[in-house]
Write a protein that binds this ligand. Structure first.
Ligand code: CP
Ligand code: NVA
Length: 300
């Protein structure tokens, strides 16, 4: 594995190895843990806001012996129009890896192509692979694994999270049901690229909830979509995870949310608080899953 640009690029074996490694790193966390990235410096270019991703990468890099260098995209020359491929070639001569959160997946791919060092996608409009790895780790801890399980995603099925879930389902073979109104279902071009997969797409919330082992949601207004907020909140309102959705799922189903959560919108206050143990375990797992990615890339 040279980069982590999307779940789409990973094989079943690579995903399984990363989750196993994350579990080992989690169990072995502490001052005596091996410093796999000793003496390295990793740049973190962020064009969008972040709490979990930024904190977990900065802590993870420190714990692995590396120094994070946080670069707000507006403070570096990218913000004034310097091409990504030039930034990539400069950073590639100075740092050991790049973590980037931005809009366009192509920018992340160009960084990987021109920098010559490992690049990690920390969220684009296309994918959020780091989040999915943390989610899979949580599902393994809570349910023993994803084999034979039904994961149901409610809300904006065409956002980065919906798309990354679809690739995870295809690669790992578990059932994924995306419940979304027609205009927020993965588009035809994406479905064609996905090809045959265990992914079903429906506008029927009850059908998605029925027999689900994991109920998953994400904000209805992803970063960059703020000007569509009013329309999104109206159209997506029936796709909220609430007590009725939880009641229709399998007994023992877990609720997951990548966070930040907007209570009363994609999830009710009651459901979020009743399932906060699993949801904040999922947030913590960002740290362990990303450490596994960093260790895998540093050794490539
Ligand atoms: N889930 C997630 O990526 O959170 P942040 O936007 O806070 O990083
Ligand atoms: N779909 C959301 C994920 C936030 C972690 C967004 O892109 O804003």
């Amino acid at each position: 594995m040279k980069h982590l640009l999307g779940i789409e690029d990973l094989s079943k074996e690579q995903i399984e190895t990363l989750i196993d490694s994350a579990m080992e790193l989690k169990a072995g966390r502490g001052p005596d843990a091996e410093k796999h990235l000793c003496g390295q410096t990793w740049a973190m270019i962020f064009t969008k806001s972040s709490t979990r991703t930024r904190v977990s990468f900065e802590v993870g890099l420190n714990e692995l012996g590396a120094s994070p260098m946080f670069l707000n995209a507006n403070d570096i020359q990218i913000g004034r129009g310097e091409p990504i491929k030039d930034t990539a070639r400069v950073l590639g001569r100075m740092v050991h890896g790049i973590i980037i959160r931005t809009y366009d997946q192509e920018d992340v791919e160009q960084l990987a192509e021109y920098s010559g060092i490992p690049v990690i996608n920390a969220l684009t409009d296309e994918e959020h692979p780091c989040q999915i790895l943390a989610d899979l780790l949580t599902i393994k801890e809570k349910l023993g694994g994803w084999e034979g399980k039904k994961v149901s995603f409610f809300g904006d099925g065409d956002c980065n999270m919906g798309r990354s879930w679809a690739w995870a389902s295809k690669r790992l073979g578990f059932e994924l049901c995306i419940a979304a109104p027609e205009e927020f279902q993965p588009d035809a071009e994406f479905r064609k690229r996905l090809g045959d997969s265990p992914v079903s797409i429906t506008a029927d919330v009850n059908a998605a909830a029925d027999g689900a082992d994991v109920l998953y949601t994400d904000t209805w207004v992803s970063m960059g979509k703020e000007n569509e907020a009013a329309d999104r909140l109206r159209v997506l309102a029936p796709f909220q995870i609430n007590d009725d959705v939880v009641a229709a799922a399998n007994p023992g189903a877990i609720v997951q949310h990548c966070l930040p959560a907007y209570r009363g919108k994609e999830i009710t206050e009651e459901v979020l608080e009743a399932h906060s143990d699993a949801i904040f375990q999922e947030a913590e797992n960002r740290l362990h899953a990303q450490k596994a990615v960093l260790v895998a890339l540093a050794g490539s």
